[in-house]
Write a protein of this length. Structure first.
Length: 133
């Protein structure tokens, strides 16, 4: 049998198939929108930590250890600012266990440590990287 570049026809076909498989597997996959939104939210929280403090006029929620608790309207506003659809993101976060589900699936009630009143929040568990105490 005749060799092409030192390979038989069968070897060449096999090598070509392996090369195609490698190239196809190397093509970057698009990042799902909910992961883009999650990354956006993490960046936003890290850049706006001061808006979770007690002495700001327009507080967006609070932070408890590594969890971030957003007031629902603030959560929506942040997502809209990033050009995301808040209702779709909430649903996707719930489906992927990125937010703690409550009775209506998207919010839970927690006592606001500032007002001492039960408050509806969107709770993102373990949202922040481990922080030193």
């Amino acid at each position: 049998s005749e060799k092409i570049f030192g390979y038989t026809a069968e070897e060449s076909v096999s090598n070509a198939a392996e090369l195609v498989e490698y190239v196809v597997s190397s093509i970057p996959r698009p990042v799902p929108e909910y992961m883009q939104a999650y990354t956006y939210m993490q960046d936003w929280v890290n850049q706006h930590m001061d808006q979770f403090c007690e002495d700001v006029p327009r507080r967006v929620g609070w932070i408890a250890e590594n969890d971030v608790l957003f007031f629902p309207n603030a959560f929506n506003d942040v997502l809209k600012e990033g050009h995301f659809n808040p209702s779709r993101v909430r649903k996707d976060f719930a489906n992927h266990n990125l937010l703690q589900k409550g009775h209506n699936e998207f919010t839970v009630t927690r006592v606001d440590h500032l007002t001492q009143r039960p408050t509806r929040v969107i709770l993102l568990n373990d949202f922040l990287p481990n922080r030193e105490a």
